[in-house]
Design a protein around this ligand. Structure first.
Ligand code: SF4
Length: 266
């Protein structure tokens, strides 16, 4: 992993994602190295030529910059993060997200964290200081099998660790949700995931497959799921049919659960 410490000029960016006001990315790049990650487009904007997942720029002055920005910008809701994971492995050493979280809490901003890493539990002392309704924490869970997780999300926490983190957060009264994204047809079992987590979450979100990394996805399918190769060739050619099948899956699930299900199709 190539790690570079960099200085940023601003960190709080306007966003329209999921009805939020701002997104905040303390890092560029992500050590979770997910094969389907669409944030790979960030390479173009940051001058990186290395493989996605093999570099991380650490915005070492992000807390200092944020401290000034929160005084100037209108209060609102902040997503941590949109094109990186704020709790990726390097955060254990740098603690930048921890400092950011503290600044946002002290200045009355609402926060939504979406992660694949149970490192977020380290900051329980700060998480517990947020007023009820001003914080939510989501874990991405796309499959229950560790074999699948290692293929698609090699640098992220094990699935059982994420589910245990959901349980602990829920026990502390912190609202939690699960985000399934992407739905990998023939691999992701929505019903089984929902059954494992429904006692701990107030919301269950599902997102379709973004085909921006089609070559990587096709390579993994060909090598590890040969029975799905033809199906994925068709999905890449015509994602609309795949999206309709996902809509059908969600309709079926809605009949058997009280957890609100949200579907995001881009
Ligand atoms: S955790 Fe998110 S940002 Fe990081 S590699 Fe995976 S999909 Fe990309």
């Amino acid at each position: 992993m190539k790690i570079k410490e960099v200085e940023c000029k601003s960190v709080l960016s306007d966003t329209k994602l999921y009805g939020l006001d701002y997104s905040l990315n303390p890092y560029t790049g992500c050590g979770h190295s997910c094969a389907y990650c669409y944030a790979v487009f960030m390479k173009k904007f940051t001058g990186h030529e290395e493989d996605w997942g093999s570099f991380v720029d650490v915005k070492v002055n992000a807390p200092e910059v944020l401290d000034k920005e929160v005084r100037k910008k209108e209060k609102g809701s902040v997503l941590l993060s949109s094109v990186t994971d704020a709790y990726q492995p390097l955060e254990e050493e740098y603690e930048i997200t921890r400092e950011i979280l503290e600044i946002l809490q002290e200045n009355g901003f609402n926060v939504s964290i979406l992660t694949k890493n149970d490192l977020v539990l380290r900051d329980m002392d700060i998480l517990k200081r947020f007023d009820h309704g001003s914080l939510s924490i989501g874990f991405t869970i796309n499959f229950l099998s560790e074999g699948d997780r290692k293929l698609w999300e090699p640098g992220a926490s094990k699935i059982d660790e994420r589910i245990e983190a959901l349980r602990r957060l829920e026990e502390e009264g912190i609202p939690t949700y699960v985000h399934v994204g992407p739905w990998l047809e023939g691999i992701t079992n929505l019903e089984k995931i929902l059954n494992r987590v429904e006692d701990y979450v107030y919301d269950f979100q599902v997102e379709n497959l973004n085909t921006k990394r089609k070559q990587v996805i096709k390579r993994i399918i060909r090598k590890n799921y040969p029975g799905l190769e033809e199906r994925y060739k068709k999905i890449m050619k015509n994602p609309k049919k795949h999206n309709r099948r996902l809509e059908g899956e969600i309709e079926k699930l809605r009949k058997n659960t009280e957890v609100p299900l949200q579907l995001y199709i881009d």
